[in-house]
Write a protein that binds this ligand. Structure first.
Ligand SMILES: CC(=O)N[C@H]1[C@@H](OP(=O)(O)OP(=O)(O)OC[C@H]2O[C@@H](n3ccc(=O)[nH]c3=O)[C@H](O)[C@@H]2O)O[C@H](CO)[C@@H](O)[C@@H]1O
Ligand SMILES: C=C(OP(=O)(O)O)C(=O)O
Length: 429
């Protein structure tokens, strides 16, 4: 087990190149199950979620090669092996194995997913969609059993706008008979990316990226090559870090349109930001930054996945900022850790009220989930002294080469092995 150590206070300068999107990668990889010949996905991020999904595809008989951020999956010898336990619990996106295996084999047994603990994360809308397509579903001892004699297109209205349910229903519907219409669909860019891959495999999908998606089922799907979109949440994290500690930070390989809500908020605070085709420049050095309120919303609103690092940054702003998370009921586990570093933040229901500016102090803190980890890295870079962060298994789920990228910008950040005493303390905490 390891910890990250961050020596705060360095002013950052340079260019950081953004990796492929985690939330696309984790859907594109299961989508390969649906093809009859090899699929190549290029530009994957170097994160544990990608490695685990590769292992899971091998467990069901797939041939998987991952080299230089490129994964080649030969799905031809896959079988519908039950996956009730084990690695499926290590990430959220293992739920995509349900849609993809149901689509290809008409049966699947998949354990309930893991992922970040942010309050209840039901999958009732995924199940509702599969049932509408004709599947019979039971939940037995923490695993979902899915079976269908045949899948038939249906009209499905999502009661909750859900990224996972939208993609999962697309995966199950592309090989179903007839037309499926998903209404009140999520519109995140990752949904368009998955639809682009499926279309290259021969699927017929219209409307991805809008709230009505039409899928006309086809008989079979074939292999192809697909290049993943950049990770808007990783890019947003470096934008926030650049805003907090940057002299001039260039975010490279990014789609600025995907980050408009964050760009607008940073400008509202007084940051100078320039955008071009695939780059965003953050110019630091502002003496005073204005406090602002944020409310997380579905795309194109302010992303919940950036709420936590943004909260760290708001400790620098002058005045009172109110951060409201409308997507998750318990995405504030980072706040206690930020308080330990000297932040003045109180949580009231689904809002965190940040009073600033405060100079943070280095401390020993623990990442409770992926973006809490990003929030603590951001706070550590802003703080006086050294911050030690444990819980790196969460950060490694979603940030490719974090230390290398930050060191490249001039930050002082490194990993150290935990001592036996530290491991014991952590296990008892
Ligand atoms: C692997 C992946 O892509 N993860 C992302 C995905 O998660 P995920 O796909 O799990 O998030 P959803 O969009 O499904 O969830 C949004 C909200 O809907 C609720 N809900 C969802 C499904 C359902 O069947 N019933 C239900 O009530 C959830 O509890 C949550 O409150 O989108 C989230 C919202 O942008 C992001 O934070 C996650 O990073
Ligand atoms: C919540 C997240 O991930 P997951 O849905 O994979 O737990 C995230 O990426 O911030």
């Amino acid at each position: 087990m390891e910890k990250l150590k961050v020596a705060g206070g360095d002013l950052l300068k340079g260019t950081v190149s953004i990796s492929g999107a985690k939330n696309s990668a984790v859907a594109l990889i299961p989508a390969t199950i649906l093809a009859e010949s090899p699929v190549t996905i290029e530009g994957l991020p170097n994160i544990s979620d990608v490695n685990i999904l590769g292992d899971l595809l091998e467990e069901i008989g797939g041939k998987v090669e991952l080299k230089n951020n490129e994964m080649v999956v030969d799905p031809s010898s896959m079988i519908s092996m039950p996956l009730p336990n084990g690695k499926v619990k290590k990430l959220r996106a293992s739920y995509y194995l349900m849609g993809a295996m149901l689509g290809r084999f008409k049966k699947a047994v998949i354990g309930l997913p893991g992922g970040c603990h942010l309050g209840p994360r039901p999958i009732d809308q995924h199940i509702k969609g599969f049932e509408a397509l004709g599947a019979q579903i039971t939940n037995e001892q923490g695993a979902i059993y899915l079976r269908a004699d045949e899948l038939k297109g249906a009209r499905i209205y999502l009661d909750v706008v859900s990224v996972g349910a939208t993609i999962n229903i697309m995966l199950a519907a592309v090989l179903a008979k007839g037309r499926t219409i998903i209404e009140n669909a999520a519109k995140e860019p990752e949904i368009i990316d998955v639809a682009t891959l499926l279309t290259s495999m021969g699927a017929k999908i219209k409307g991805a990226g809008t709230d009505v998606i039409r899928i006309d089922g086809v008989e079979k799907l074939h292999g192809c090559r697909h290049s993943i979109i950049p990770d808007r949440i990783e890019a947003g994290t470096y934008m926030i870090i650049g805003a907090a500690m940057g002299k001039e930070v260039m975010i490279d390989n990014v789609i600025p349109l995907h980050l408009e809500s964050l760009i607008a908020k940073l400008r509202e605070m007084g940051m100078h930001i320039e955008t071009s085709n695939d780059q965003i420049l953050i110019v630091g050095g502002q003496k005073e930054l204005k406090a602002v309120d944020i409310k997380t919303l579905v795309y194109p609103g302010f992303p919940t996945d950036l709420q936590q690092p943004f909260t760290s940054f708001l400790t620098r702003a002058t005045g009172t900022s109110v951060v409201t998370d409308t997507i998750y009921s318990a995405r504030f586990k980072h706040i206690d850790e930020l308080r330990r570093m000297g932040a003045s933040i109180k949580v009231e229901g689904r809002s965190a009220i940040v009073s600033g500016p405060t100079k943070l102090q280095g401390a020993k803190v623990k990442a409770s989930d992926l973006r809490a980890g990003a929030a603590l890295v951001c706070a550590g870079l802003m703080a006086d002294g050294i911050t030690e962060i444990t819980g790196l298994e969460h950060i490694d789920r979603g940030y490719s080469q974090l230390e290398e990228k930050l060191t490249g910008l001039g930050a002082t950040i490194w990993r150290e092995k935990l001592t036996e005493k530290e491991i014991e303390q952590l296990q008892n905490s």
